[in-house]
Design a protein around this ligand. Structure first.
Ligand SMILES: Cc1cc2nc3c(=O)[nH]c(=O)nc-3n(C[C@H](O)[C@H](O)[C@H](O)COP(=O)(O)OP(=O)(O)OC[C@H]3O[C@@H](n4cnc5c(N)ncnc54)[C@H](O)[C@@H]3O)c2cc1C
Length: 454
């Protein structure tokens, strides 16, 4: 068995409090079918959204089977920060250097399109997932982060291909402090963002897919896949084998468990998220309407959403564990949290927001999850090189919510034959050049010693 498979006894996230008995261990049949048209590996946002668009584009396809190693949707999707947040400027100059003006803009525009696309989906399918549209507020505490933000903002505003400059605002001085509610914030940037209950979104989509004919086998890890002489694929599981014409790998941080060729390309990286509430349940929290990124330096930040129930979901904590690479890099174990993160998230709000200064908060829940980071920071989407009819949609970093949906839609349209071109930003596509690249910029950035102190 691959050491990259999801582990047992994972920590329990707040989002998983919505788990329902009829779906969590769902199996469409006791025995596995022998042959299928399409097999999807992974029941997270990527696998489920791909199934949704495959069935939407071709409702008569009743031969799609999804395998999930754990209970349904128990990977990154049900352990994340619930933040549907685009990056509209921060990574821009890096993308500009590597991909040029047009492709750099396409990455940011694509993320921005996800706000509209997610809203449309939630409304069309009447999905109850606490979807809220509000403004993101990015706070930059130190000079390196601040310089990068201002420079990114100035550069992106000169790019005529970007379609969201009307929405991106930079604030300084007192305005920055008042808008952000953070005293130590000399600059903040705001723009449209969303937040939601990711598990509820995906489970609702999955229920729709099942009603339309999707077959699902939970708690059935795929151990190996093999191309047969006739071009079909053998999918091996502990419960038996299935032969399929088309295979879709939607395994994100665990991709190496079935695709060893992605070692050092998609790397499992452990992250920690927490939920903060009022210590006294009868008292309302000092609710903040923005969502936040609190950047301690150019490389480390926390991400935070304020939910309608008054609670706060906040992830990050790198300042206390970033120098201990072995505790999180190339790690698939989400059965524990990372040392020192519990202390980091204790009294988190009162130490940062002046509106929470005199309020008693409680660390209600803390959990870990496995992100799929890639060597060049972008997801891998498309047909595998030299393996016809095998596709990948994986490696979404901490940016799945503003990238997965339209990648899944584009991939499904190609698989269904509705489109001949994969309509995702060019740098997301699986190419020989990307697979041959041996530079791992993610590792280079993570192994840099942390300079800042809290
Ligand atoms: C701690 C944390 C915080 C995050 N915060 C945010 C955030 O606030 N905003 C944001 O946009 N993104 C965030 N992300 C990233 C986001 O959650 C992911 O990008 C997104 O959920 C990826 O979806 P996915 O379906 O590709 O992966 P997953 O949800 O991980 O799904 C992959 C599935 O495949 C299954 N699987 C793997 N291997 C096998 C196998 N061999 N056989 C069968 N099944 C298998 C897994 O069990 C899993 O269920 C965060 C991630 C983490 C871990």
């Amino acid at each position: 068995m691959s050491k990259y498979l999801p582990v047992a006894n994972s920590t329990r996230s707040f989002w998983l409090s919505a788990e329902e008995d009829d779906i969590k261990g769902y199996r469409s049949s006791e025995e596995l079918p022998k042959e299928m048209d399409t097999v999807i590996i992974g029941s997270g946002y990527s696998g489920t959204a791909t199934a949704y668009y495959l069935l939407k584009g071709n409702p008569s396809n009743k031969s799609i089977l999804m395998f999930e190693a754990r209970n349904i949707c128990n990977g990154a999707t049900s352990r994340n920060g619930g933040h549907l947040k685009c990056d509209l400027y921060y990574g821009y100059e890096g993308f500009l250097r590597k991909y040029g003006e047009k492709d750099a803009a396409s990455i940011h525009n694509f993320e921005y399109d996800h706000i509209r696309a997610t809203k449309a989906l939630v409304e069309e399918e009447k999905i109850d997932c606490n979807f809220v549209i509000t403004r993101a507020c990015d706070i930059h505490f130190d000079k390196s982060g601040m310089d990068k933000a201002i420079s990114g903002y100035n550069s992106v505003s000169k790019n005529s291909y970007v379609n969201y400059m009307h929405d991106l605002q930079i604030n300084f001085g007192d305005e920055a402090k008042t808008i952000s509610k953070v005293e130590k914030s000399p600059v903040c940037l705001t723009y449209t963002t969303g937040h939601l209950w990711p598990y509820k979104l995906v489970i609702s989509l999955l229920r729709i897919c099942i009603a339309r004919g999707l077959q699902v086998q939970a708690n059935t890890p795929v151990l190996k896949t093999k191309r047969l002489n006739d071009g079909r694929y053998l999918v091996k599981t502990p419960r038996g084998d299935v032969i399929t014409k088309k295979l879709i790998v939607a395994t994100n941080g665990y991709t190496v468990s079935v695709e060893p060729g992605f070692e050092n390309k998609i790397i499992p990286v452990k992250g920690v998220v927490s939920r903060i509430t009022s210590a006294d349940p009868s008292k309302r929290t000092p609710h903040l309407t923005n969502t936040y990124a609190l950047r301690y330096s150019s490389e480390d930040y926390d991400y935070l959403i304020n939910r309608g129930d008054g609670s706060v979901i906040v992830g990050g904590g790198k300042p206390v564990y970033g120098d201990n690479l072995d505790s999180f890099y190339n790690v698939v174990d989400d059965s524990t949290i990372i040392p020192k993160t519990k202390e980091f998230f204790t009294n988190y709000m009162k130490e940062r927001y002046y509106t929470w200064k005199d309020f008693d908060e409680k660390l209600d829940c803390i959990w870990s999850g496995i992100l799929g980071l890639t060597d060049d920071t972008l997801p891998y989407v498309g047909e595998m090189l030299k393996e016809k009819n095998k596709f990948i949609i994986a490696g979404f970093h901490g940016h799945g919510m503003p990238r997965v949906l339209l990648c899944a839609k584009a991939l499904a349209r190609v698989i269904n034959g509705e489109s001949t071109s994969l309509e995702v930003p060019k740098p997301f596509k699986l190419t020989e050049a990307r697979m041959e690249n041996t530079e791992n910029e993610t590792f280079a950035s993570l192994k840099t010693p942390r300079k800042h102190k809290l």
